[in-house]
Design a protein. Structure first.
Length: 261
């Protein structure tokens, strides 16, 4: 019975995750890469060359594989929750709205911290080819790159999702919000277009958030910018590009660098 439920959850989550990937990435890709009605947006491209369909297809293939593994992760968490083994809860009244918001914010901070050090480890010469090379195969990213992970990378990312439900109490809504935030922010980071003005990296608040230009620099220079949501760890650990502000402005002016260190 447990195996049947696991398979049911696995297939259900696989369908949800895969449809979510193709819908969100597809809509965003069509809007920015195919629709020609917005010349101002196209002028803010971060790409050094046009997107290549062969590389996009490779990203899709990796993403389907990632969907299988993330679905297994989600099925395992759901099954464990059904059995009362996790700290997931359903009633908001149990901890209140204040804790609900706090748990969402602290989960983002913990995930960003975990991802920074994990991502940095992926770029070690010993591990890069085995665990992370597939994600960088396309060079300049597109929205299709947002979920293109090698199998071992998926497993390591899934460790966080499994562990967090045993560490702090999370409402199901918070867990769903966390997954949606991860998906949308990943598409945003891999957009390949910068939508904000050159003031973005200078503002007292927005300078702490990662966006398309910040992550595009990582895809050009692999020893920089390992964060997921926030620039905090890059700034603390010395992996924040000191020329980020200049690169941001140059990107908006169409002066893009194609060099990779």
């Amino acid at each position: 019975m447990t195996i049947e439920r696991l398979l049911y959850y696995w297939l259900a989550f696989f369908g949800i995750i895969l449809c979510r990937y193709f819908f969100i990435s597809g809509v965003v890709y069509w809007y920015f890469y195919i629709d020609n009605r917005w010349p101002k947006v196209r002028s803010q491209s971060l790409r050094s060359k046009p997107a290549h369909w062969k590389l996009i297809r490779k990203d899709m293939e990796l993403s389907v594989g990632a969907s299988v593994l993330f679905a297994l992760c989600a099925a395992t968490i759901t099954l464990a929750s059904d059995s009362g083994f996790t700290l997931l809860y359903q009633s908001i009244d149990r901890y209140g709205w204040g804790y609900l918001i706090f748990s969402y914010v602290i989960s983002l901070i913990i995930q960003d911290t975990y991802f920074y050090f994990l991502h940095r480890a992926f770029h070690h010469p010993r591990w890069f080819r085995l665990m992370h090379q597939g994600h960088h195969r396309s060079g300049d990213p597109t929205p299709w790159t947002s979920f293109a992970f090698d199998p071992l990378e998926v497993i390591m990312q899934a460790v966080f999702l499994i562990a967090i439900v045993y560490i702090i109490p999370l409402h199901f809504f918070v867990m769903i919000a966390l997954l949606l935030t991860m998906t949308i922010w990943s598409v945003w980071n891999h957009l390949g277009y910068e939508l904000f003005s050159s003031k973005f990296p200078h503002h007292w608040l927005s300078r702490w958030f990662i966006g398309p230009t910040h992550h595009a620099i990582h895809h050009r220079r692999h020893h920089l910018h390992y964060g997921l949501y926030f620039t905090v760890w890059d700034r603390i650990m010395g992996t924040h590009d000191p020329l980020y502000d200049d690169d941001f402005t140059e990107a908006l002016n169409g002066q893009r660098s194609s060099s990779v260190d």
